[in-house]
Design a protein around this ligand. Structure first.
Ligand SMILES: NC(=O)c1ccc[n+]([C@@H]2O[C@H](COP(=O)([O-])OP(=O)(O)OC[C@H]3O[C@@H](n4cnc5c(N)ncnc54)[C@H](O)[C@@H]3O)[C@@H](O)[C@H]2O)c1
Length: 251
């Protein structure tokens, strides 16, 4: 299965893409800590009920104290931390609008969760991963970072920052045996997206039309790529971003 004996933290793992990734990591043998603002313990219980080892913790990734507690919880519960999936992000709650109409407070919050959040989670994971002699960090960026989609300038900017941060951290952390890669999803029918009818109405059809593989993209479509970067088959790959979008954008 590839991830036996590994301990993984998935931020935003209670639903959507994060929940699918948490399950995929567990199915490959990892013990999983689900860190989420909401519903973490319920999601962990669902995994435990299915026979996996999992723990849940309420974490706001933009909080220094919460992210420190998250790393400590992985070590307390499962004895270490090997894999960090930085999936938590603000997207599905956003209403598309021209950039000039974006409230600066909304801009700050998007950046705080989508970029500062990853910085804090990686920083918290550094000592535990170093104690294990290395680790894997997977960030979830987005295809929009390459395409420059309109009407979500703050979100697009934040995901561009995730791609660049992935490269910078890969360079800094490679010597410590910590590999850092990113998965860039296309428009995915996650729980959050399905709960925002305006987003679905505006983005679903155009996304389908622009895809070589002309079907809806689901959270499960991302599991293989994330688990690849978390596991032994990617042992000589770092700093990369893999676009997973059914062939909408060739990176
Ligand atoms: N769905 C898409 O089309 C799509 C496309 C490209 C990239 N992404 C990225 O994938 C990731 C997951 O998206 P999704 O569509 O599954 O989202 P979702 O809304 O379905 O789930 C997001 C989860 O993150 C949690 N979360 C939000 N803010 C948090 C915070 N501050 N701290 C901890 N947890 C927090 C939420 O509680 C929720 O459980 C995001 O980073 C998003 O930007 C999504």
């Amino acid at each position: 299965m590839g991830l036996e004996g590994k301990v993984a933290v998935v931020t935003g793992g209670a639903r959507g893409i994060g929940a699918a990734v948490a399950r995929g990591l567990a199915e490959r043998g990892a013990r999983v800590v689900i860190a989420d603002l909401d519903g973490a313990e319920e999601a962990a219980r669902t995994l435990r009920d299915a026979g996996f080892e999992a723990a849940g913790l309420r974490v706001d990734v933009s909080s220094e104290a919460d992210t420190a507690a998250m790393a400590a919880a992985a070590e307390d519960a499962f004895g270490g931390l090997d894999i960090l999936v930085n999936n938590a992000g603000i997207y599905s709650s956003l209403t598309p609008k021209p950039f000039a109409e974006i409230d600066p407070a909304e801009w700050r919050r998007v950046m705080e969760v989508n970029t500062l959040g990853i910085f804090l989670c990686c920083r918290a994971a550094l000592a535990p991963m170093t104690r294990r002699g290395g680790g894997r960090i997977v960030t979830i960026s987005s295809g929009v970072a390459f395409k420059g989609n309109p009407f979500m300038a703050h979100y697009v900017a934040s995901k561009g920052a995730v791609v660049s941060l992935t490269r910078a951290l890969a360079t800094e952390l490679g010597p410590r045996g910590i590999l850092v890669n990113s998965v860039a999803p296309g428009f995915t029918l996650s729980d959050g997206v399905l709960g925002n009818p305006t987003l679905v109405a505006g983005v679903k059809e155009p996304s389908l039309r622009n895809r070589v593989l002309a079907r809806d993209m689901l959270p499960e479509d991302l599991v293989g790529a994330v688990c690849f970067f978390a596991g032994p088959d990617s042992a000589f790959i770092t700093g990369q971003t893999l676009v997973v979008d059914g062939g909408a954008y060739y990176h």
